[in-house]
Design a protein around this ligand. Structure first.
Ligand code: ADP
Length: 242
């Protein structure tokens, strides 16, 4: 039993794409300062679920509540204002803009009431937070992949979100970079952030997640600590069938 307040409630959410049910009557809670792993084999509906939370997609049925506000009817921008921030599976930033400008854009999208110098200082702080303070004036296209990912994280943090959605943020990193990435997410957890992460890297799931929701073919097949779900027969079967 987790006594921390619930930040996000997913209630009986369904998403249909024509005849295909990508997410089927899915329910779960995310508590304050929890790192929840949304895991499962390819095609199980994880990214769709992240898109339903951020508002990139709208639900076919069910409700999503954040801090008691019904957000599943709101457009993405209003959800950002309500405290949802996300990173993408593939880095999606404006490549010709500098790292600082990208982070400033994140703050504006999340409706941080900052302008001019105040906005710049805030964005610079987010870059420093992810160890990227010295690349502020470089175009993001000139940065390495992991550094682009770090700037993307700074951009998501710039709105000071109630919940941070990380969609395979660690994908494509080499083992050394992976370690840096895991430490960075750990430090976000330690400072009290609430995070949902979609992840395939098992080491990362084990070391970062308090709890996992396991999806297969759009439905929840298990929920529990990483140790519990990764030893569950149904979960192992679902992954072997991947
Ligand atoms: P995962 O992230 O677990 O790999 P996805 O959420 O990407 O799974 O996909 C779940 C299912 O929904 C898959 O069968 C996929 O082909 C389908 N799907 C995802 N997005 C769309 C879309 N925009 N239009 C039609 N089908 C989609």
């Amino acid at each position: 039993m987790d006594n921390r307040p619930v930040v996000l409630e997913v209630r009986h959410v369904t998403k249909r794409f024509g005849g295909l049910i990508a997410v089927n009557d899915l329910s779960f809670d995310v508590h304050h300062n929890e790192v929840l792993g949304l895991i499962g084999p390819n095609g199980s509906g994880k990214t769709t679920m992240m898109n339903l939370i951020s508002g990139a997609l709208s639900v076919s049925g069910g409700d999503i509540m954040m801090n008691d506000l019904l957000i599943s009817d709101l457009p993405p921008r209003k959800r950002a204002r309500a405290g949802v921030a996300r990173t993408f599976q593939l880095v999606r930033m404006l490549p010709s803009m500098t790292a600082l400008e990208n982070v400033m854009a994140g703050a504006v999208f999340g409706h941080k009431k900052l302008w001019g110098r105040g906005l710049q200082v805030h964005a610079q702080r987010q870059l420093e937070r992810v160890g990227m303070g010295d690349v502020a004036q470089r175009p993001t296209s000139a940065l390495t992949y992991i550094d682009q990912k770090r700037v993307e994280l700074a951009r998501a943090l710039a709105s000071d979100p109630s919940i941070l959605l990380l969609d395979e943020w660690l994908a494509g990193l080499n083992p050394t970079e992976l370690q840096v990435g895991i430490e960075l997410i750990t430090s976000l957890r330690d400072e009290g952030r609430t995070i949902i992460l979609v992840e395939h890297v098992m080491d990362a799931i084990r070391s970062l997640c308090d709890r996992c929701v396991v999806m297969s073919s759009g439905v929840k097949i298990a929920e529990g600590t990483p140790t519990e779900v990764l030893s569950d027969k149904g979960v192992i079967q679902a992954y072997l069938g991947d």
